[in-house]
Design a protein around this ligand. Sequence first.
Ligand code: ADP
Length: 484
Amino acid sequence: PGLELRDPGLLKQDAFLASGWTASRSGQRFDVVNPADGTLLAQVASLTAAQVEQAIADAAEAQRVWQEQTAKQRAGHLQRWFREIMAHVNDIALILTAEQGKPMPEARGEVAYAASFIEWFAEEGKRAYGDIIPAPQSDKRIAVLKQPVGVCAAITPWNFPAAMITRKVAPALAAGCSILVKPAEQTPLTALALAVLAERAGIPRGVLQIVTGDAREIGAVLTASDTVRKLSFTGSTEVGRLLSEQCAPTIKRLSLELGGNAPFIVFDDADIEAAIEGAVTSKYRNSGQTCVCANRFLVQDGIYEAFVERLAERSAELRVGPGLDAATEQGPLIDMAALQNVQSLIHDAVEKGARVIVGGRPHPLGHTFFEPTVLCDVDTSMRLAREEIFGPVAPVFRFSTEDEAVALANDTEYGLAAYLYTRDISRVWRVSEALEYGMVGVNTGLISNEVAPFGGVKQSGLGREGSRYGLDEYLELKYLCMQV
Ligand code: ADP
């Protein structure tokens, strides 16, 4: 559909199962559209519940064989998959941008970021060391083994159609688990392209399956299954809560990466140009549709006006357009519902006294394009102080003291990412330690990489992804007590 792929074989519309590329037994398909112009990109198989049940059984069979391979053999498969992806970065980025909307440089960046998890966990899988513990009795010996959890399921969102998949699949596979992935209905094509390359890399059938279709129905089958031992979910807190309830009867292991409400704190002593750069990166990446995007700018009295003015200037300069255009710096929002949510948050804030400094409206390009927006005179009575904006809107709050900033920052049920800008090293430590967040960016607006533990506290989630800690999420401990 107008996509100039070097390798057209990457574009798939069927589900990827143990039996190969498979249509739905019901014949049903769902539409995937380009958010930049509403055109139809593909019609993807909507699997039946029975097909998903079968996929789970196949995953169990494949896992038994997969866990018998050595970690080094599994690493070999992952390394080949990594190289396949890196050899097709541009094609995958084209597919990703077509279905998701982000500008091509961001899409290429995401594909490389996604691949980095595969490379990382290929290595980490070899280091799933156990332990020998000095026993409390002289005739006992105690050993601790790490073993794969078993069959895993992943449910992933549309905002990072590649990275949110590899961040779960790579550690699962490295640990010796098999995994079924239910990608977001808006962005299944990237998931399927990654599966094409997994197949070419020789990853055995059934170890990785992409189960496309109705979220609620597939989610119900995956969570109810006794065979599925773990669910890893990235998405909204609301759906995370629901899935966690659905997993309770079978006591599944859970990893949840949920919503955020990131504070971006700028103190009077900050390097203001650096803070503005960080603010633009953190706020407008992916049109504001990331769970670590700055949601609330908290700026100290002394530089409040200057910060608002500079941020507004920089925001107005951003070139909005289709992600496939080379000049674009900000793409469309994912769909009309997202646009309406952003509009209603702005409306609520303005009604309660906020001022729009720049933007504030749907972009003249139409569809789901929205103007980069800066609001000042915002306060905590407004919905955007509590809710995840998930759009290109920067509300700037004012504070006077450090204590006030910390209290404001922590005044939310979320606890994913926080940012602070200051040149005072004591304050860096004090504030970082006081923030109830899983991740803190200090004088930077960009914190995600494969070597660090990504994750949140409070209602932002459970568990960590990436880093050496990310592997533990897919391993069980087994303790051996030996009489000698
Ligand atoms: P977002 O706001 O990012 O779309 P969601 O939490 O709605 O976040 O979606 C994240 C993922 O969860 C997507 O793959 C979506 O299809 C899936 N999902 C949404 N609702 C359910 C549900 N009731 N059961 C299972 N999966 C769901």
